[in-house]
Design a protein around this ligand. Structure first.
Ligand SMILES: Nc1nc2c(c(=O)[nH]1)N=C([C@H](O)[C@@H](O)CO)CN2
Length: 127
């Protein structure tokens, strides 16, 4: 399966487990790898047959800006479900970072893989 990717998609969101975090916006960074068959778009040069990374990016930003959670895990899970539900994507890998959350660390976050990210034919190859 082909991939479409979106790197370093930045959003300001209200997120965190501590009380002081519930009154501010903090930077979140999404890195997305989306399983998608790019061949129909390539064969026709037609954006309507492509996974439009601009539209998908805007939807993720809009969701993350307008929803409040405590955990990165929850935000990651909800955004993954949204993408699988609203876009023609069979599977995805989502990395969600909260830079600055741990001052001693360059970055922290979570990574999840949902849906059929590797392609069902890959499972068949396992025998
Ligand atoms: N696994 C997680 N650990 C922590 C989270 C989280 O979302 N997932 N969040 C926090 C705090 O909100 C932290 O980011 C404040 O600096 C701590 N650990």
């Amino acid at each position: 399966m082909d991939r479409v990717f979106i790197n370093s998609l930045e959003v300001l969101s209200t997120i965190g487990v501590y009380e002081w975090e519930k009154t501010i916006k903090q930077k979140l960074v999404f890195d997305l790898v989306l399983a998608f068959d790019n061949r129909p778009a390539a064969a026709t040069d037609d954006i309507n047959l492509a996974l439009d990374y601009a539209v998908l990016s805007q939807r993720v930003v809009e969701y993350a800006q307008n929803n409040v959670f405590e955990l990165l895990e929850t935000m990651a899970e909800r955004v993954a479900a949204l993408i699988l539900d609203e876009f023609n994507v069979p599977g995805l890998q989502l990395t969600l970072s909260k830079p600055g959350a741990v001052v001693m660390a360059a970055n922290v976050g979570v990574q999840i893989t949902r849906g059929d990210f590797y392609g069902s034919s890959a499972q068949g190859n396992l025998g």
